[in-house]
Structure formats: structure tokens, C-alpha cells
Design a protein around this ligand. Structure first.
Ligand SMILES: O=C(O)C(=O)/C=C/C=C/O
Length: 488
């Protein structure tokens, strides 16, 4: 059962701020009240942005890259010190397995701060020499400066991982940040504010406002004229709305949006590894990862065998309480999202899908029946133009289809409005080299999935987003660069 309901506050100019208007934070495991969240109104969001702007003229604006790196390590230390609290908070908000929260979500929170502390410490800038027409030797160099105040709108699927994936480089580059976490997952963002406070982050450098999107904190923040850049992870439709708003004042945007990612399984693959890999890429976090494979293409000679093996593996997944031994899958994030996923389960039947396994709601016979659980689900038999094969569902579900040639599967994988990630399973590395560059996506994994080197560019094409974050790509997005040309 959850501990007594807590009050989650905003954090502005170094102070925790309560508000009269609050909204409920509900457990997706059993529907109980976790706490109340203080909703920031337009005035409070304005105060947060102004605090961020003032911080640029104060001590925070004077920090050197080395000092910012040291502070980021201190923040990472603070998260590590309160690691179990972060795990408990992330699990309470999301219903995910404790094991995942420990090894992925919170561990990546620490890694994100340490990675960008090191990167900003080592980052050099460009310098070029040329001989001018007058015979002088001229050199030109670039210097990095912060944008100023960056709005960070983070999603509910990997709350701590994705929030810190943006906060760390933004602050490493000297920006002030105003974060607006999803209303479904306010807890770890609030804990992060406490860690920032304990680490002595200069007031106004880090600010937190809670609320919703339209007509709430999200909209007030992105529309604020003193926001200099916006980074957002979430649905493509929301990204397009934010992009329109960012156009006012020509603010820079970085979007990591939706996906309808494919897994491609060739007959020569390591069969057991491919089954385990597709189980991971379709059902991790109950399918609530933008990189998950909702489309699986299997070379015809192994198609029937693969479908049978994936069905067996999906039915062996343990669905349950976050802290249950060996649990593989928790609930979805909310009843509202479960309704969306269930609507696709119904649509699939209408579109003529063969339901290989799942397609419904598990019956636990206890309080979890008041949670937001669904069964891991596998379909086959749908045409490529079925809505369930084209639209992002964002649940524990995949559609499997056979293919016969490389050219065919490349065409089918690329026949999508999205372009985020593809996973390819083959032992033939000549083939891997030749086909991976032909997928119109941001990232391709070969014989693995969601294995991340944080120095690499990360992002999508088409409806999957704009820009790349990761390594120096984050430093480029979160900095303004001035080029200086020196003539003797
Ligand atoms: O691993 C990352 O850095 C990342 O951005 C993951 C994104 C997943 C989105 O659902």
C-alpha cells in the first residue's frame, strides 16, 4: 500500500512553493491516492521564467564550465545518496517493476549528470587559421554561451531518465532551466528539486512548475517570451503545437517524439536471442518507450516458429506488483492511457487481426484490478495499411508479419510517417552493413535494442522529431555559438 499522501510543490528561485489549486496523483497499480500536486498558474510560471533569467545575471551566470561540471557531479552524488527514495517515487507514479527503476530509470539519472559533467569539462571549441588577402595570418575561433532560459517539458514514460537527459546538458552549458514534468509523474522531478536545493544550485538556475499542457503550466511556459529554447519529449501532435508556439520569437526547439518502430528478424539470426530481444523491445515498460517495436517483420522461413516462440515468451512474462520477485511488466501509466490502448485492442479485431496472445485486461482478483494493467498482446494477419500497423499505440503490443526479401522489408519498414528506431536481428554482418543505412530512422540497433552510448546522437526523422541530443549534439543544442575572427 502507498504511504500517506504527500503534497508535491513547485520550486522557484530556490524556494518550494505551494499553490491553492492542486491535482491528484493516482497510483496506476491500485487506483489509490498517492498525493496532491500544486498546480502552477500563469503568474507562477512567469515567476519561474523571470527567476531563470535573473540567474543568468547572478552567480550562476558567472560559473565556469569546470564549476558547472563540479556542480553536476554534486547533483549526481545527491541522487545516489537518495537513490532508494527516487526508486520508490518513480515506482509509485508509474507502477513499473522496482528492478527496472533501479537499473534503468534512476541509474540513468545519475549517468546523465555525470556524462555531461565530463563532456562540458572536455569540450573544446573550433579554431581555424587562414591567410587574408593582405597577407595577414588571421585566426577565427568559436565560443559557447548558454541560450539563457530553457523550457524542458518531459514525458511520463521514463520520467527521471528523460528529464535528466535534458536538464544535465542544459545546465552543463550554463542555461537556467524551467522544467514542467508530466502531470502523471510529478514525484521524481520534485525529488530532483530537493537534490538541487541540497547541492546548493544557485537560485533560479533550476526551477520546477507542475501542471498540465493546454491552458496550464505547459502552455504558459512554452509561450513565455523570455524562454529562449524549448526541448520536449512526447507525442508528435503536441510537438507540432509547441513548434507553432516556438515560432513566435523564433526559439530553438529539440523534439524527441513518437514512433512506430520496426524489429526485423532474418532467418539466419540467433533465434533465441532474437526472441528475447523482441520481447524486450515490444514489452519493456509495458511498451511505453518511444523506441519500442510495435511492428515485427520476420523472414518467412522462420515466421511460424518465431510467432510460436514469441507467443510462449509473452505468456511467460510475469505481470504484477512493482516489488514482486521476477516481475517483468507493471501497469500502464493511467486508466486514461489504458483506455486508449484498449481501443486499439478492439480496433485490431475490427481490422481483422489474428490475436496470437493477449488483447485484454488481466484479472488479478485483488486491488490491482483497480489499476491500469493490460495483457502483453501479439497480433498477426493485418495488412500494412491497417491503423494498428501505422499508428503509435504506446502499449505492450506488436504486430508480426512475414517478409521474403531485403528490398521488401526495407520498403515496408520505411513506409511510415515516423522514423525513430529500428532493431535488426541477423548474423550476416555484410547484410547488416548494407541495409541498416537504408532505414529512414534516427537509430538502428543490430542484435540488440535500447543499448545506449550517451555520446552518440539520439533523435528521429519525420514525425519522430527534430534535432539530435547526446554527446556534443546536446552541447550544440543547449549552446549559442559566437565565432570570433581576429586580424592582427
Ligand atoms: O535513452 C535515452 O537517452 C532516451 O532518450 C530514451 C528515450 C526513450 C523514449 O521513450
Amino acid at each position: 500500500m502507498n504511504p500517506s499522501p504527500v503534497l508535491l510543490r513547485n520550486y522557484i528561485a530556490g524556494e518550494f512553493v505551494t499553490t491553492k489549486t492542486t491535482f491528484a496523483n493516482i497510483s496506476p497499480v491500485d487506483g489509490t491516492l498517492i498525493g496532491h500536486v500544486c498546480e502552477a498558474d500563469a503568474d507562477l510560471v512567469d515567476r519561474a521564467v523571470r527567476a531563470g533569467k535573473a540567474a543568468q545575471q547572478g552567480p550562476w551566470g558567472q560559473y565556469s564550465a569546470a564549476q558547472r561540471a563540479q556542480l553536476l557531479h554534486k547533483i549526481a552524488d545527491g541522487i545516489e545518496r537518495r537513490f532508494d527514495e527516487f526508486v520508490a517515487a518513480e515506482v509509485a507514479d508509474t507502477g513499473r517493476p522496482v528492478h527496472q527503476a533501479r537499473t534503468l530509470d534512476i541509474a540513468r539519472g545519475v549517468a546523465n549528470f555525470r556524462t555531461f559533467a565530463e563532456l562540458i569539462n572536455q569540450a573544446g571549441n573550433e579554431c581555424f587559421e587562414m591567410r587574408a588577402a593582405d597577407g595577414s595570418d588571421v585566426f577565427s575561433f568559436s565560443v559557447r554561451k548558454p541560450h539563457g532560459v530553457v523550457a524542458i517539458i518531459s514525458p511520463w514514460n521514463l520520467p527521471m531518465l528523460l528529464l535528466t537527459w535534458k536538464v544535465a546538458p542544459a545546465m552543463a552549458c550554463g542555461n537556467s532551466v524551467v522544467i514542467k514534468p508530466s502531470e502523471d509523474t510529478p514525484s521524481t522531478a520534485t525529488l530532483l528539486a530537493e537534490v538541487m536545493h541540497e547541492a546548493g544550485v544557485p537560485e533560479g538556475a533550476f526551477n520546477l512548475v507542475h501542471g498540465f499542457g493546454p491552458n496550464s503550466a505547459g502552455e504558459y511556459l512554452t509561450k513565455h517570451p523570455d524562454i529562449d529554447a524549448i526541448t520536449f519529449t512526447g507525442e508528435s501532435r503536441t510537438g507540432a503545437t509547441i513548434m507553432k508556439v516556438a515560432a513566435e520569437g523564433v526559439r530553438d526547439v529539440s523534439f524527441e517524439l513518437g514512433g512506430k518502430n520496426a524489429a526485423v528478424v532474418f532467418a539466419d539470426c540467433d533465434f533465441d536471442a532474437a526472441v528475447a530481444g523482441v520481447i524486450r523491445s515490444s514489452f519493456t515498460n509495458s511498451g511505453q518507450v518511444c523506441l519500442c517495436s510495435e511492428r515485427v517483420y520476420v523472414e518467412r522461413p522462420i515466421f511460424d516458429r518465431f510467432v510460436a516462440a514469441l507467443k510462449q515468451a509473452a505468456e511467460n512474462l510475469k505481470i504484477g506488483y512493482p516489488d514482486e520477485d521476477g516481475v517483468n511488466m507493471g501497469s500502464l501509466i493511467s486508466h486514461k492511457h489504458r483506455d486508449k490502448v484498449m481501443a486499439y485492442f478492439d480496433l485490431a479485431r475490427d481490422e481483422g487481426a489474428e490475436v496470437v496472445t493477449g488483447g485484454g485486461i488481466p484479472n488479478f482478483g485483488d486491488e490491482r484490478d483497480r489499476g491500469a494493467y493490460v495483457q502483453p498482446t501479439i497480433w498477426t494477419g493485418l495488412p500494412d495499411d491497417a491503423r494498428c500497423v501505422r499508428e503509435e499505440i504506446f502499449g505492450p503490443v506488436c504486430h508480426i508479419a512475414p517478409f521474403d526479401t531485403e528490398e521488401e522489408v526495407i520498403r515496408r519498414v520505411n513506409d511510415s510517417a515516423y522514423g525513430l528506431a529500428t532493431a535488426v536481428w541477423t548474423r550476416d554482418l555484410r547484410r547488416a552493413h548494407s541495409i541498416t543505412r537504408k532505414f529512414h530512422v534516427g537509430m538502428v540497433w543490430v542484435n540488440t535494442w535500447f543499448l545506449r552510448d550517451l555520446r552518440t546522437p539520439f533523435g528521429g526523422v519525420r514525425l519522430s522529431g527534430i534535432g539530435r541530443e547526446g554527446g556534443r549534439h546536446s552541447l550544440d543544442f543547449y549552446s549559442e555559438i559566437t565565432t570570433i575572427c581576429m586580424h592582427p
